[in-house]
Design a binder for this molecule. Structure first.
Ligand code: ADP
Ligand code: MG
Length: 650
């Protein structure tokens, strides 16, 4: 015995409604053979559409068994049902269900995209089908530019696109004037003669008379099922499906392109909304990129200033940070002398600093007085513009001599022609003779507008501060000694001099550099994460709009599912849309940030923000993942929609 094409056994479909569910179908038993022309008739609400949806695998029976070519549909996964719809069924709806954003050709081609036909076959076949249905001059028209009859022909062409062995037509003439209705029936008759199985739902007996078999439903049950005496049973051989499948990768690409195209169409349809959604991403990406650029720029500037301090000096400070138990011993000038005597030490100097009032003539300014040893200038690599440094005798004799920096010279001797050398200035109340002027520092710590003068540390301690200890010691390590070894040797020597206790701290520029790097990194991270919140809010905005987009386009999703789109195809389409919004937003945000960075560089020539390649890549990676993360939920909602529910939504 041969298998019937479609077989229903005891099929029921209940809709939950309050306490008592509505039974739209009750124990329906039907066999439909290939090549039949069946009309399903009955009063409104008798279950015709429900039966049609079950037959077309848009809906599943609540109980009973439905087989297509012997396959039990209850055992099929959603994507396998989509394949059945794609490969076997062609739907014609009362309301046409064409996609308004696509042309006639675009609508007709859609099922073939999901079926993986090559694009040439697709284009050719869709044109042939439309031409055959008398639509040759309407190929590029959109549904709104077509009459009802014309739209129904487009939907018939779409049903035939993948072959359409079984045409399921739910009230195809219901919305048409009688002439257009007759034409549609003529087309269905022709298709039947060519071997298509036609299942037609109608409440109009005149339309049903075209069929060879009439099934009448009442209250969800089959009331009558018999041959139509008006039409003898002729059954043509089923037509072969004229489809040429593209390679798997080409099919994937085509489906991706279709999803991409639809995402673009959807974005273009709501330009203002899309832009506002993007704005969140634009602001988020721009602020993250700017904060990182600011941090990188600040770090670069500070590090270049440290660079001018030289790389082979070590500073010694009294005390250990965070150690309260250790009664710290002050540093003495003798410590500096002991260090200077070491073979690995190039030069060493103690320092005591105090702020003083400098007076010369009627000019009075505040300055930093640095009490230093005679090796200080060698340690720091300071160069003189005029005069000389002080020597060891000046230290010994507490000489009241002074080396001033260029800033101080400019303040005290505004007239460039006057010679400061030999002039006596007052440090607070101590007269001092200027013996040297240092060169203008181009870069370095505290260059700015600070005034610095240098005097023998003995003079500063003995005559200005009255202290007995120095505030720190700076050692310049000889070039051939590695810093690490020098640091260990200094630490050993100082510990020895301090009765075996390490109550001092060593700092070299590498340490300072590290500290500054980690500080700016922490700051950048902190500010960056605050900016990241803006990005998060932007992402939530994207999710919100995508949810709106999905609910607005539920019917479109239903149509796509009816013609055989897989869940993955729908997911992909909405994910692409979310990612596109974020990517474009990210690119605009990046441009915006680069514009601001450029303006800042123009406005402050000494400071430049650093928008690195890596932060650009991070911005793109970030916006893509935001699109995926925040687009996923709406896209999954769309993909999980039930085709029949989605179609019913207006
Ligand atoms: P017909 O197409 O013959 O007019 P339907 O198959 O659309 O009838 O509906 C059959 C019965 O099922 C009706 O009583 C209708 O109210 C009910 N029904 C249809 N769809 C739903 C639904 N989604 N939820 C609840 N009841 C439904
Ligand atoms: Mg109906």
């Amino acid at each position: 015995m041969t298998q019937p094409l479609l077989r229903l056994r005891e099929v029921g479909r209940d809709y939950p409604a309050g306490d008592e569910p509505i039974s739209a179908l009750r124990d329906v038993n039907l066999d439909i053979e290939a090549g039949e022309f069946v009309a399903i008739v009955g009063a409104s609400g008798s279950g015709k559409s429900t039966l049609m949806n079950v037959l077309g695998c848009l809906d599943r029976p609540t109980h009973g068994r439905y087989e297509v070519n012997g396959r039990n549909t209850a055992e099929l996964q959603p994507d396998e049902l989509a394949e059945l719809r794609r490969e076997h069924f062609g739907f014609i709806f009362q309301r046409y269900h064409l996609l308004g954003d696509l042309t006639a050709v675009g609508n007709v081609e859609m099922p073939a995209v999901y079926a993986g036909q090559t694009s040439t076959t697709r284009h050719q076949r869709s044109r042939e089908l439309l031409a055959r249905l008398g639509m040759a001059d309407r190929l590029g028209h959109r549904p709104t530019q077509l009459s009802g009859g014309q739209q129904q022909r487009v939907s018939i062409a779409r049903a035939l696109m993948n072959g359409g062995h079984v045409i399921l037509a739910d009230e195809p003439t219901g919305a048409l004037d009688s002439r257009s209705g007759e034409e549609v029936m003529k087309i269905l008759n022709e298709l039947h003669n060519e071997g298509h199985t036609i299942i037609l739902v109608t409440h109009d007996m005149a339309v049903a008379e075209h069929a060879q078999r009439i099934i009448e439903l009442r209250d969800g049950a089959v009331l009558r099922d018999g041959a139509n005496p008006q039409r003898p049973a002729t059954r043509a051989v089923a037509a072969a499906t004229p489809s040429r499948k593209a390679a798997a990768w080409a099919s994937l690409r085509d489906r991706f392109l279709e999803a991409f195209r639809m995402a673009m169409v959807a974005m273009a349809a709501h330009r203002m909304r899309t832009f506002l959604t993007m704005l969140g991403i634009i602001i988020g990406i721009a602020s993250v990129v700017l904060v990182v650029a600011l941090g990188a720029g600040a770090q670069k500037q500070i590090l270049s200033q440290i660079g001018s301090l030289g790389t082979n000096t070590i500073e010694i400070y009294p005390g250990v940070i965070g150690d309260q138990t250790n009664t710290m011993r002050p540093l003495r000038a003798a410590d500096a002398d002991a260090l200077a005597a070491q073979s690995f030490v190039d030069s060493a100097t103690p320092s005591v600093n105090t702020s003083v009032t400098l007076r010369y003539g009627n000019i009075s300014v505040n300055a930093q007085a640095n009490g230093v040893g005679e090796q200080y200038f060698r340690v720091r690599g300071t160069k003189l513009a005029a005069g000389s440094f002080f020597g060891p005798q000046s230290i010994y004799r507490l000489d009241q001599v002074l080396v001033i920096d260029d800033n101080t010279r400019a303040k005290l001797f505004p007239d460039a022609r006057s010679n400061p050398l030999g002039q006596v200035v007052l440090l607070n109340n101590m007269p001092s003779r200027i013996i040297g002027v240092t060169q203008k520092q181009t870069n370095g710590f505290g260059n700015g507008n600070n005034l610095s003068v240098y005097a023998p540390y003995t003079t500063v301690m003995g005559r200005l501060t009255g202290g007995t200890s120095v505030s720190n010691i700076t050692v310049r390590v000889s070039d051939e000694t590695p810093m690490k070894a020098a640091e260990e040797a200094i630490s050993r020597l100082m510990t020895l001099r301090h009765d075996g206790r390490k109550d001092f701290t060593l700092n070299n520029t590498a340490n300072i550099r590290e500290t500054i790097e980690s500080t700016t990194r922490t700051l950048t991270l902190l500010l960056g994460s605050i900016a990241g919140i803006a990005l998060l809010v932007g992402g939530i905005g994207v999710m919100n709009i995508m949810l709106v987009s999905v609910s607005e386009r539920t019917r479109e999703i239903g149509v796509r599912m009816a013609v055989g789109a897989r869940q993955g195809d729908i997911l992909q389409q909405f994910l692409i849309e979310a990612v596109l919004v974020c990517l474009v937003g990210g690119a605009l945000g990046l441009l915006f940030a680069m514009g601001i960075a450029g303006l800042v560089s123009l406005a402050i020539p000494t400071f430049s923000m650093v928008v690195s390649i890596s932060s650009m890549m991070a911005a793109f990676a970030c916006s893509t993942s935001i699109g995926i993360v925040f687009g996923f939920l709406p896209a999954r909602n769309a993909a999980r929609l039930d085709p029949v529910d989605a179609l019913a939504r207006e």
